[in-house]
Design a protein around this ligand. Structure first.
Ligand SMILES: Cc1cc2nc3c(=O)[nH]c(=O)nc-3n(C[C@H](O)[C@H](O)[C@H](O)COP(=O)(O)OP(=O)(O)OC[C@H]3O[C@@H](n4cnc5c(N)ncnc54)[C@H](O)[C@@H]3O)c2cc1C
Length: 415
C-alpha cells in the first residue's frame, strides 16, 4: 500500500524567497545544493561537520543514473524489471527530462563517475569545488556539527530543511510526531539481513571476479565463503582493489572488535582465515600475483532500512502547531531516507536529490502535493531497493549451500 495522502497543512505553498537548509555535505547534500544553486529566488545554507573529505573507498555510480532513455534506464535485467513494475512510464520520462535539464558542468561530472570506479572523496571534492567555483551564488556554507535542536531552532516558518546526514540520520526519528523524548527507531523500519565481515585487500596483479569465479574459488569452503561484491574488484593499472564479504553469526559478530587485520583473524577465527587463504591461493594460482600488505577487516551488521516517513508531512498535517516542523517542511535525502548494503546507494541518493530539487523548483506546487509526491517517490524507490536486496540475500543463502543439495532444496521455494 502506498502511504496515505495528506489533506491540510499550516502552509499552503513555499514562500517566493525561499531559504533551504541542507544539513550534511556528503555526496547527496552536495548534489542537492549544486542543483538548487541554479534555481531562481532561492538560497541554500549548507552545514557540514567534517573539515576535509578523506573517505577514499572506491565507488561507482550506476549507469541508470545517467540514462538518456527509458530503455537504457531499465538496462539492468533485475532492477529493470522492478522499475517497470513499480514506476509508470510518465514518471520515468519526467525523471529523464530532469536529467536533461541539469547544468552541463554537473552532468559532465555525473557521466564521468558512471564510467568506472573513483574514490568517494573525489566525488565529494568535485561537487564541493563546483559549488564554490560558481561563486557561491546563493549558497552559504557553515562548518559545524548541527544538533537536532539546532536544526529546529534555525527554521523560520516556510524554510525548507533537508536532512542529508547519512545512515545515522540526525532527524529521521524526529519526524514521527509525539511529545517528549524521541525514541530511537521511532520512524525507522530496519530489516537485519545478516552479520558480515567486509574484507578488503590489495593484490599485485589484475584480478576480475564474476559469479563463476566466486563459485570455483570457494569450492573447498563449506563455510565462510568469501564473496567479492559484484563489480567491486577494481584494477588501477598496477594493483587490484578487492572488497568482499563473509557471512558470520551474531555470536561471532559479538566476539570480534569492530576493525582488525588478517593476523588477528588467524589467531582468533582460524576457520574464517583458512577460508580466505584458500580463496586467495586460487587467485594466485590463476594470476601469479601476491597480496600487498595485510587484510583489512571490518565487522558490520548488514541492514536494509527506510524512514517510514521521509518528510514532516505528519507534523504539518496533524502535529502540534507550535512545533517548528508544523510550519517548515522537512525532507530526508540519501542514506538518511533509505539504505541497503547491496544497492548502489549513492546513485539512489542522487536520484532522490534530483527528484527533490525538481519539486522544490516548482514554486507554484501546493505544499501538500509536494510532500505527498516525495513520500510516494521514496516509497517506490524503497520497493525497488527492498526487492533487489531480498533477492540478493536469498541468492547468497542459496550459494552458501550450493554443494549440499539437501540444504539447498530446503531453502528453495519453487511453486
Ligand atoms: C564500504 C562501503 C562501500 C560502498 N560502496 C558503494 C558503491 O560502490 N556505490 C554506491 O553507490 N554506494 C556505496 N556505498 C554507500 C555510499 O557510500 C553511501 O550511500 C553514500 O555515502 C551516502 O551519501 P549521503 O550523502 O546520503 O550520506 P553520507 O555520505 O553519510 O554523508 C553525510 C554527511 O553528513 C555529515 N553530517 C552527519 N551528521 C552531521 C551533523 N549532525 N552536522 C553536520 N554534518 C553532519 C557527514 O559528515 C557527512 O559528510 C558504500 C558504503 C560503504 C560503507
Amino acid at each position: 500500500m502506498p502511504p496515505p495522502t495528506s489533506d491540510a497543512t499550516a502552509l499552503d505553498s513555499l514562500p517566493s524567497n525561499l531559504r533551504v537548509h541542507v544539513i550534511g555535505a556528503g555526496p547527496v547534500g552536495l548534489l542537492l545544493t549544486a542543483l538548487l544553486q541554479s534555481v531562481e529566488g532561492l538560497s541554500v545554507c549548507l552545514y557540514e561537520k567534517r573539515r576535509e573529505y578523506t573517505r577514499t573507498r572506491m565507488v561507482q555510480l550506476a549507469p541508470y543514473l545517467v540514462a538518456d532513455s527509458v530503455e537504457s534506464y531499465r538496462a539492468d535485467a533485475i532492477d529493470g524489471d522492478s522499475v517497470e513494475a513499480i514506476f509508470d512510464s510518465s514518471e520515468l520520462e519526467q525523471g529523464l527530462a530532469f536529467r536533461q535539464s541539469i547544468p552541463p558542468d554537473l552532468s559532465a561530472l555525473l557521466r564521468s563517475w558512471a564510467l568506472g570506479f573513483c574514490p568517494l572523496n573525489s566525488i565529494e571534492r568535485s561537487i564541493s569545488d563546483l559549488i564554490d567555483a560558481r561563486g557561491l551564488n546563493g549558497v552559504e556554507r557553515t562548518s559545524a556539527v548541527v544538533t537536532a535542536e539546532e536544526g529546529m531552532a534555525m527554521l523560520k516558518p516556510g524554510d525548507v530543511l533537508i536532512d542529508a546526514t547519512g545512515s545515522g540520520s540526525l532527524l529521521r526519528d524526529h519526524l514521527a510526531p509525539g511529545s517528549g523524548e524521541v525514541a530511537d527507531g521511532a520512524n525507522t523500519l530496519n530489516v537485519r539481513l545478516e552479520y558480515a565481515l567486509v574484507i578488503t585487500f590489495l593484490y599485485g596483479q589484475k584480478y576480475d571476479c564474476n559469479e563463476f569465479c566466486k563459485y570455483a574459488k570457494n569450492r573447498e569452503n563449506p563455510h565462510y565463503k568469501f564473496i567479492p561484491m559484484v563489480h567491486r574488484t577494481h584494477y588501477d593499472g598496477s594493483v587490484s582493489h578487492v572488497t568482499g564479504i563473509v557471512n558470520i553469526s551474531a555470536r561471532e559478530y559479538e566476539a570480534m572488535p569492530s576493525r582488525f587485520d588478517g593476523q588477528w583473524l588467524r589467531s582468533n577465527f582460524p576457520g574464517v582465515a583458512q577460508s580466505m587463504d584458500r580463496f586467495i591461493d586460487k587467485i594466485k594460482e590463476e594470476t601469479h600475483g601476491e597480496i600487498l600488505g595485510d587484510l583489512e577487516i571490518v565487522r558490520i551488521p548488514l541492514d536494509l532500512y527506510r524512514a517510514r516517513s521521509a518528510t514532516s508531512r505528519q507534523w504539518l498535517t496533524a502535529g502540534p502547531r507550535d512545533h517548528p516542523f508544523a510550519s517548515s517542511p522537512v525532507f530526508l535525502a540519501g542514506d538518511s531516507a533509505i539504505g541497503s548494503p547491496y544497492f548502489q546507494s549513492i546513485s539512489l541518493g542522487f536520484e532522490c536529490a534530483m527528484f527533490l530539487a525538481g519539486l522544490i523548483a516548482q514554486r507554484d506546487l501546493p505544499l501538500t502535493e509536494m510532500l505527498d509526491r516525495y513520500e510516494l517517490y521514496i516509497y517506490k524507490q524503497w520497493l525497488r531497493v527492498y526487492m533487489r536486496s531480498k533477492m540478493i540475500k536469498h541468492n547468497k543463502d542459496l550459494f552458501e549451500s550450493i554443494d549440499d543439495p539437501h540444504a539447498l532444496i530446503d531453502k528453495l521455494h519453487i511453486y
